[in-house]
Design a protein around this ligand. Sequence first.
Ligand SMILES: Nc1ncnc2c1ncn2[C@@H]1O[C@H](COP(=O)(O)OP(=O)(O)OP(=O)(O)O)[C@@H](O)[C@H]1O
Length: 366
Amino acid sequence: MLTKERVQSFLKEIEVDDLVTNLHVMGNDVYIDMVAHSPAMHEKKKLEVAMKQAFASEFGEETQLKLKITSPELPAQPEIKGKEIKGIKNIIAVASGKGGVGKSTVSANLAVTLAKMGFKVGILDADIYGPSVPTMFDTEGQKPISVEVEGKNLMQPIENYGVKMLSIGYFSGANQAVVWRGPMASKALNQMLRDANWGELDFLLIDLPPGTGDIHLSIIQEVPVTGAVIVSTPQHIALADVRKGIAMFNMESINIPVLGLIENMAYFTPEELPDNKYYIFGNQGAQYMAEDLGIPVLGEIPLIQSIREAGDVGRPAALQEDSKIAAIYTETAQKMIESLVERNKNLPATEAVKITTMAGCSPKKK
Ligand SMILES: Nc1ncnc2c1ncn2[C@@H]1O[C@H](COP(=O)(O)OP(=O)(O)OP(=O)(O)O)[C@@H](O)[C@H]1O
């Protein structure tokens, strides 16, 4: 006869006993309430199918499994308090788990797209290891001038395509920056943030250095970030780094909401076959991961030769009027804004994040 004990020991055997919150056995009917690993629909479906199969093969078809699967409780809402930087409404950190995924290209294209949409936009190039904003905006060799504002000397950001920008690349000695440790980098960036004449901005994008080292924590510690956008490519290895990136923003002491994931080089489209999509690095990996992590995919950017060429000549591809790439970036920017509006509805304004410990945050030893 089917007993509660037998079912319990079977649940243990198939290693789902820790997910079960309630269990009753009445004749051939087994009532089980359980909690899925993640709120994603496909996770719940997967669990349901697996449970039904396991029960049928263990106890036979006559056993009726009455399963109720609920979502796990979401972690507490991030709680970021108070102080804003005067004139800057939203600070968005653009991050990537690893280098070379196109984070700077995505930041530049997002910035010009937001500017085209009529927003006041700035970009702060915090990628001290390889500042690329001067090249991507065709402003290499320019030097920010000093202006007096309300009795204070401030740096005047360089401007092109309607975007204001500052980068370590505009200052002499930029090549020394690669050896800076966190505190020095954060001091320089802080100056570019606070001692600059940004004026009124709807969005300030911060192009972070790649990775998740202590330099990031130093930056995030000083800057009141509203939300983070993570850029990745579809390869498994890049996606694994996304988890690390998201974990950094979710750390209890940091608690910055992740607005979503942008999948760069999601598919390849040859110039001569603009409607063809080749999923060279795999399809839908980012979608599944985002679903799993409970964050939205904000956009899928194709691998297109013209994006690279546009970056190299200093005119972000999204500026090409009526092009497919411009449309993709407009949609991505809209999704980012949606996510931001949701975040701003639920949370108070931001304040520099206080970091109390660096434990577990050092860069990986090479
Ligand atoms: N969607 C794309 N299609 C074609 N080329 C791209 C695309 N995205 C980026 N690239 C190219 O890939 C190269 C790397 O991009 P980028 O410098 O933006 O990466 P990154 O992640 O900022 O790198 P790092 O963080 O290591 O500095 C550049 O040559 C860029 O033009």
